[in-house]
Structures are given as C-alpha cells and as structure tokens.
Design a protein around this ligand. Sequence first.
Ligand SMILES: Nc1ncnc2c1ncn2[C@@H]1O[C@H](COP(=O)(O)OP(=O)(O)OP(=O)(O)O)[C@@H](O)[C@H]1O
Length: 280
Amino acid sequence: MSSDERNVQPLQVEDVTVRFGGIVALDGVSFTVEPRTIHALIGPNGAGKSSCFNAITGIYKAASGQVRLGDTVLTGMPPHKVARQGIGRAFQNLALIDTSSVLDNVMLGRYSLTKGEFMAYGLRAPWTMQQERRHQERAAEICDYMGLAHRLHTPAGALSYGEQKRVDLARALCVEPTVLMLDEPAAGMNSSETALMAALIHDLRDDLGISILLVEHDMSLVMGIADRVTVLDFGRLIADDIPSVVQRDPEVVRAYLGTAADADAATANESRSDSGKESA
Ligand SMILES: Nc1ncnc2c1ncn2[C@@H]1O[C@H](COP(=O)(O)OP(=O)(O)OP(=O)(O)O)[C@@H](O)[C@H]1O
C-alpha cells in the first residue's frame, strides 16, 4: 500500500479543558502533532491521556479550548464526522465482532466514509453496488498491507491476539486517515511482539506519509520511535519536547518516580500493617 500523497495537516490541541463534575481531567492543554511525525502522549495513570484522545475524537465535549486539523475546527463535531476529516483511531480494548469475518470487521471502519449511502444500499441501486465493491477492494488491500490477506474470511474471534490488534489497526486505516491515533498499541504484548509493533508503526508513517499520535505506557517503545513526546500529569501538560530532553526533564522524572515512590511507600505501609495484624 503506497503513500497516496495525502494532504497531511497539523493537528492542534489548543488550551483544551475537560471536566467531569469537580474533576479536571484535562487542564488547558495545548500541543501540536506536526505532519508525518510520530508523537507520543504519555503520563502516569489518571494523567488525562484518554480524556485527551476522547476530546480530539469528539467522544468527550471540551469545556473550553478547541482542536483543529489545519484550518478545520474538530471541536463540536460528532465522532463519525471527526473520522471523516481523516482522524483514524485504534482502541486499547479490542472492540471486534468475534463472529464476523476479518473483512466485515474492517469494513466497519469504512462506515464513516459511506454514511448517507446506506439508504441507497438498501434500495440496491446499481451505483451503490459498485461503490460497495470498491470499498471492499480497498478494505482487502488494507488487510493485505497488514499481513491479513489469508485471514479475510476467518472469524475475528479465531485469530491470535497479535492478529486481532492488526485487524483493529486495519479498521482505523479504513477511514484513510492523515492522523492515526493509537491507544496503547503494545498493551498485553511481550518484548518481541512490541518490537514488531514498533516497526509497524514506523512503516505506517513512512509508507503512508501520515502523522501518528499514540498513548503508550511502554517507555522503551515511546523513546525508541517518537519524534516528539507530550507529558501530562494530573491533567496538566508538564513537558513537550524531543524524547532525549523529556527523559531528563526533572518534572517528568518526579511525576514518574513520584508515582513509583508512592506505590513503594503504599506497599511498605500495607506490609507493615499486615505484619502488625499478624503480631496482634
Ligand atoms: N467518564 C469519566 N467520568 C468521570 N471521571 C472521569 C471519566 N473519564 C476520566 N475521568 C477522570 O479523569 C481523570 C483522567 O483520566 P484519564 O482516563 O483521562 O487518564 P489516563 O491518563 O488515560 O489514565 P490511564 O493511563 O490509567 O488510562 C481521572 O481522574 C479519571 O478518574
């Protein structure tokens, strides 16, 4: 699957705040995903990464601020319209239909592009049949690129975890994205599977010439492939730079080590109180 010279625009997150009642999940966050870069969004648990992804894709409503793709304001659009602007998203928790074939699962990704044509499909107008064939051919081409050509008609539930991850990615690619958003692509993978995923993300960027925004907890993956890293902590942006600078940023080190130190302290406290119980 070669690059089709997509017009890739910067994705700009501008002063975005997301609230849930009294909780500020995202607090005036701004950063830019430059065209054709691999951009990582990291932070400890509860930092606001998923809220940021959901605000970009229209699942959460921002209390203030806006998200733009080039000159197009995405804020306020429903998720399927955001997808139609060229924002593809793969999910951490695979949401595949186990009993449907790989091709049918991937075709679901085409929905946002074909929305509005379904009435005509129902009436089986000749031009819609041609359209559907074209969509299926494109979905099959994307599956081929993802190494799934021999699995097109296999039920998704019969695939290995690694293959299912690739089906989910193929589905995200079906909206012909200029920005591909990946939510913990290496979650649940061992080190060799993670290395393969890193190579795949690199190839996607290079072959398609698209931008990639990923949330990932695996720091070796992030630092190995990202051109730029944005770090969130308690909903605030604490760093936004190239990986080598972010790694040495004292506030980032504190955010991560602080979490680890707190966890150690909590464990130590628990074992202290447990031993206290035993001796009581
Ligand atoms: N739908 C929701 N309703 C209420 N609070 C929410 C909701 N979604 C997120 N939050 C809260 O917003 C804050 C940020 O959560 P978010 O899931 O965005 O963080 P995260 O960085 O993605 O965390 P993790 O790495 O654990 O997935 C947390 O305090 C969380 O409890």
